[in-house]
Design a protein around this ligand. Structure first.
Ligand SMILES: [Zn+2]
Length: 342
């Protein structure tokens, strides 16, 4: 029987203390070589268990095999110099020291396929795997070779497509591309961002998703959110083109955000992962608060297309807070399932 309102998570889960520094974004690995492989697999097992105990239906990797949602992928590519770094402004918001593109970017071998095969071997539930989106990759680098964001995005899209096809063959049910940059560079999104994403999913038979959020709960992001005014209408700029794209699922930030819920109407017909858990606070949502967000979203998305979800990744939170939030997500979803089947 098909699950009504299948629950999933948008991104990362906390990493266990054997693998990385807890409650720390982008912490370096604590292990190396074979121990690192083992440590990541144990972390994937724990992240799977936490999701299953909470009642999550579509299991995510929880990013246990990634140090950073963009650079871990880029580290595996040729044409990028990680030693000579440059400081650039990420998403027009904060400075970061980033690697430099110095030649044609290519992928010699798969990046996450072994990790995905491992997760696949551990559960019969549907699994979702996340990759960075082409535009967000471009925005996390200094380009000294292509000298064109669009050209570089197109090269990344081809590489992502190779990786995605291997993930699909490994049994991944949903491949998600993280594109927080879609919330910032609207003209580029409409000019070439969505086209690059469609190139990345070309020929895939599994479901595809794009995650567009307002970022982790770090200061640069919370300050930026304060500057956005009473209504956040960023999604309005890009939803019409996304609605007519061939991406199946759109993942959005809705809990405690100032995004007017009616903007989801612009995506009518698409599946929508509705963020009903705020990842920028340790406050645990009540089941009724989660239900309230889902109920509002149901005015603009058909029940069979709604996936209750988190706003974004939860790696900066503690294991305890995360488990409580996942439980709230499931309990809130259960309230709405009962209402819908009454
Ligand atoms: Zn996010």
């Amino acid at each position: 029987m098909k699950t009504l309102l299948p629950i999933t998570i948008a991104g990362s889960l906390p990493k266990p203390s054997w693998l990385a520094q807890p409650e720390t974004l982008w912490s370096p690995w604590k292990l190396q070589n074979d121990e690192l492989v083992q440590g990541k697999q144990d972390a994937l097992r724990l992240s799977l268990l936490n999701q299953q105990q909470a009642g999550i239906n579509i299991i995510s990797d929880g990013e246990q095999s990634r140090q950073h949602f963009v650079t871990t992928f880029i580290e595996h590519l040729d044409g990028v110099d990680f030693e000579n770094r440059k400081t650039v402004k990420i998403r027009d918001r904060y400075d970061a020291s980033v690697p430099m593109v110095v030649g044609p970017v290519t992928r010699q071998k798969s990046v996450f396929v072994e990790d995905a095969k491992f997760l696949r071997s551990q559960t019969k539930q549907p699994i979702k795997w996340a990759l960075p989106g082409p535009m967000t990759m471009v925005d996390t680098l200094y380009d000294d070779h292509y000298k064109s964001r669009e050209k570089l995005a197109w090269e990344f899209a081809k590489i992502l497509n190779q990786e995605a096809k291997e993930l699909e063959a490994a049994g991944v049910d949903i491949i998600q591309f993280d594109e927080p940059a879609f919330n910032v560079f609207f003209d580029e999104v409409n000019d070439w961002g969505i086209a690059a994403l469609e190139r990345a999913v070309e020929g895939l038979k599994c479901q595809t998703a794009v995650h567009i959020c307002y970022g982790y709960g770090i200061k640069a992001n919370t300050d930026w959110k304060k500057s956005l005014g009473a209504e956040w209408r960023q999604y309005e700029e890009i939803f019409p083109k996304l609605q007519s794209s061939n991406i199946d699922i759109i993942s959005l930030e809705c809990q405690n955000s100032r995004v007017p819920m009616e903007l989801i109407e612009l995506l009518r017909g698409k599946k929508v992962m509705v963020g009903a858990i705020d990842v920028a606070t340790n406050n645990i949502e009540t089941p009724e608060e989660v239900a309230d967000t889902l109920r509002k979203a149901l005015q603009f998305v058909d029940a069979q297309n709604l996936y209750p979800c988190t706003n974004c990744g939860m790696v900066p939170l503690s294991q305890e807070v995360t488990r409580a939030k996942l439980n709230a997500l499931a309990a809130g979803t259960e309230i709405i399932r009962k209402e819908l089947s009454a």
